[in-house]
Design a protein around this ligand. Structure first.
Ligand code: ADP
Length: 543
C-alpha cells in the first residue's frame, strides 16, 4: 500500500519563513566589538537572510550545492548567513577562526569555497590565508567594528542591499547539502562533514524535545559555543523552530562579560564547553558583587566531560548543568544527560552522579559498544568498548574521502574513537578518547576520570591528564594542574584526596603545576601540546 501523505521535502527555508511569520518580534541580540548591544528581530532575520540569498544567486552567481564560507564571530549577521546561504540553495561552510592560516587554507581549498563572508576584524587573519589558497573565493566583508570596509573589498551591507520580498527559494530535495563543518584534525588533516536539510531538520526537532534539550519560545539562549563549532551545536536551527530568542556574545568571551550578558538579557539557557564554565564559575564566586540571574537557568555543557564538581558548584547558584556528548560527525548531538522519573527518589549526590554521565541517546540515534576484536559489549555499566553510532544526522562518509574505512565499521556505523560503557538504562559513560587512554601495566587508566576527580579538589581550578612513558609500566598518568589563584595544594594532599576513588595502582605519582593549560581551537584541553611540553618528563613511579 502506498502512503497517502504528501511528499513534502524537509527544508531549513521553512524555518526561516516560519520565524518571519510567527515570531517576527522575537529578539536577536549581538554584542559588538565596542561592547554595545545591537538588537534585531526574527522579522529582520527573515528579510535580511533572503537578501543574502538573492545577492548570492544574482550578484555572485552562486549555484545550488556550492559552498559559501563564513569567517565570523557569533552575531546576528552570522545568523543571517546561517539561513541566507542555504536559502540560496548553497552550502553554509563555517570556518574556525582559531585555526592556523595553513589549516584554514587547506580547508577552504578542500571544500572548494566559492565565496566568503568575513568579519572586518578577522581580515588580518584572512590576509594571511589568501596567499596560501589555490583559488581565492569572492570575499565580502561585514563591518562588525563599524569602521568603513577597506576599499579593495566588497561591503556586506552593499552586497545584500535590495528588496528580496519576492525572492523564491530553489526547489530542493531534502537530501541536498545545507552546510558543512570540518573536524578539528587532531589526528591527521581536518575532514569535511556535510549536513543535509533533512538531517538538520530532524536534529533540530529532536533538540527541541523536553527530555532532550527542551527549547521553548520563551527561552533566551546565550550562544557561547562558537558558531563554527559544529554549527554552535545546531542550536540556532532549533531555536528558530520554536522562536526562542538568541543572544550572541560577539568576541567578548571573558567570564565577567558573559555573566553581565546573562544578567542583563535574562538568559534562560546558555551553551558552552566545560572550560568556559570553569572560568565563569571563578567570576561567579569572586566576591565583587552578587549576580541576579534568572532562577533555574540551564546550561548545556558538552564537547568534553563535565566534572561532577562543576555540576554541584553551579547548583549552589541555582544553575542547572545539562551535559551533552557528541561530535562534528554527529551534527553534533549523540546523548543528553536528563534524569528520569525513577531518579527522583535518589539523593542529591546520586542525582549529580547520573547527570555527570554523558546520558542517553535521543530518538533516531542508535549506539553500540564494540571491542578491538569486533565483539559487541553488553549494556551492563562495566563492559567497555568503542562507541559506534548510526542515525539520520550521523555522517556516513567524509567530503572528498568517501572510502575512509578507518572511521566506519564494515556495516557503515560511525566509529567515534571514544571508549565508553552503557548501563541497562542506556546511559553512556565516556571512559576516554581511545587515543587519550593511559595504558599502565596492561590495564587502562581513564584520563577523564582522573581529571574530573582532581578538578573536584577545592584548591584546583583545572586539571588535564596525559600519559608519560615508563620503562616498566609502559605509561603512567601525569596530572597537569592549575591551582586556584592564591591557593596551593601539594602532591601528597592530592594523592590522599584521590585515594577513595581509585585503585592504588591508578593513583598518579606524577604532578606538574602550571599557570594555564593550552586549549584547542574549540576551547578543550589541548593534550597534544601537553604531550609535547612534557615529552622528556621522567615518571617517578618506582619500577
Ligand atoms: P574536536 O576534535 O575539536 O574535539 P568535536 O567537537 O567534534 O571535535 O569533538 C568530539 C569529541 O569530543 C568526542 O568524540 C568526545 O571525545 C569529546 N566529547 C564531546 N562531548 C563530550 C562529553 N560530554 N564528555 C566527554 N567527551 C566529550
Amino acid at each position: 500500500m502506498k502512503s497517502t501523505m504528501m511528499p513534502v521535502q524537509l527544508s531549513i527555508n521553512h524555518l526561516l519563513d516560519r520565524a518571519g511569520r510567527y515570531f517576527p518580534r522575537h529578539e536577536i541580540v549581538s554584542r559588538l566589538p565596542d561592547k554595545s548591544l545591537e538588537r534585531s528581530t526574527y522579522g529582520d532575520l527573515h528579510r535580511r537572510a533572503r537578501q543574502v540569498a538573492q545577492a548570492l544567486r544574482n550578484k555572485a552567481g552562486i549555484g545550488r550545492g556550492e559552498p559559501v564560507a563564513t569567517l565570523m564571530w557569533n552575531h546576528a549577521a552570522h545568523l543571517e548567513c546561517y539561513f541566507g546561504i542555504p536559502a540560496a540553495g548553497a552550502v553554509l561552510h563555517t570556518l574556525n577562526l582559531r585555526l592556523s592560516p595553513e589549516d584554514i587554507a587547506y580547508i577552504v581549498d578542500d571544500a572548494g569555497d566559492r565565496a566568503l563572508i568575513v568579519d572586518d576584524m578577522l581580515l588580518p587573519l584572512w590576509e594571511r590565508v589568501k596567499p596560501l589558497l589555490r583559488i581565492v573565493p569572492r570575499t565580502i566583508v561585514h563591518a562588525f567594528t563599524g569602521v568603513p570596509v577597506p576599499e579593495e573589498y566588497e561591503n556586506y551591507e552593499d552586497f545584500i542591499a535590495g528588496d528580496a520580498s519576492s525572492y523564491m527559494y530553489p526547489e530542493q530535495d531534502e537530501n541536498e547539502a545545507l552546510g558543512m563543518c570540518y573536524t578539528s584534525g587532531t589526528t591527521g588533516r581536518p575532514k569535511g562533514v556535510v549536513y543535509s536539510h533533512r538531517s538538520m531538520m530532524l536534529h533540530a526537532l529532536t533538540e527541541c524535545a523536553p527530555d532532550v534539550i527542551g527549547l521553548a519560545s520563551r527561552d533566551r539562549i546565550l550562544v557561547v559555543v562558537p558558531m563554527f563549532h559544529a554549527n554552535a551545536w545546531a542550536i540556532p536551527f532549533a531555536a528558530i523552530m520554536v522562536g526562542a530568542s538568541q543572544i550572541f556574545p560577539g568576541p567578548h568571551l571573558g567570564g565577567e562579560d558573559l555573566l553581565d550578558l546573562m544578567e542583563s538579557e535574562r538568559i534562560t539557557l546558555a551553551l558552552g564547553v566545560p572550560t568556559i564554565w570553569l572560568m565563569i564559575l571563578q567570576s561567579l564566586e569572586s566576591p565583587t558583587r552578587k549576580r541576579s540571574l534568572v532562577a533555574d537557568m540551564r546550561m548545556l555543557v558538552g564537547g568534553a566531560a563535565v566534572p561532577v564538581s562543576l555540576i554541584a558548584a553551579f547548583e549552589k547558584h541555582g544553575m542547572h548543568i545539562v551535559q551533552g556528548w557528541g561530535m562534528t560527525e554527529m551534527s553534533p548531538l549523540g546523548t543528553v544527560s536528563a534524569l528520569r522519573p525513577k531518579h527522583a527518589s535518589l539523593s542529591t549526590e546520586e542525582q549529580y552522579a547520573i547527570r555527570a554521565l554523558q546520558g542517553a541517546a535521543p530518538p533516531l540515534v542508535e549506539m553500540r559498544l564494540v571491542t578491538d576484536d569486533g565483539a559487541t559489549q553488553p549494556w551492563d555499566g562495566v563492559s567497555a568498548g568503542e562507541i559506534q553510532a548510526r542515525g539520520p544526522w550521523i555522517t556516513g562518509s567524509y567530503h572528498n574521502a568517501p572510502q575512509d574505512s578507518e572511521k566506519f565499521a564494515s556495516d557503515g556505523w560511525l566509529r567515534t574513537g571514544d571508549v565508553g560503557v552503557l548501563d541497562a538504562d542506556g546511559y553512556l559513560r565516556i571512559v576516554d578518547r581511545s587515543k587519550d587512554l593511559i595504558k599502565s601495566g596492561g590495564e587502562w587508566i581513564s584520563s577523564v576520570d582522573l581529571e574530573n576527580a582532581v578538578m573536584g579538589h577545592p584548591d584546583v581550578t583545572e586539571a588535564a591528564v596525559v600519559a608519560v612513558p615508563h620503562p616498566k609500566w609502559g605509561e603512567r598518568p601525569l596530572v597537569v594542574i592549575v591551582p586556584k589563584s592564591g591557593r596551593t595544594v601539594t602532591e601528597e594532599q592530592l594523592r590522599v584526596f584521590l585515594a577513595p576513588y581509585f585503585a592504588k595502582w591508578q593513583i598518579p605519582d606524577d604532578f606538574a603545576f602550571v599557570d594555564a593549560i593550552p586549549r584547542t581551537s574549540t576551547g578543550k584541553f589541548l593534550k597534544t601540546a601537553l604531550r609535547e611540553t612534557f615529552k622528556d618528563y621522567v615518571s617517578r613511579t618506582p619500577s
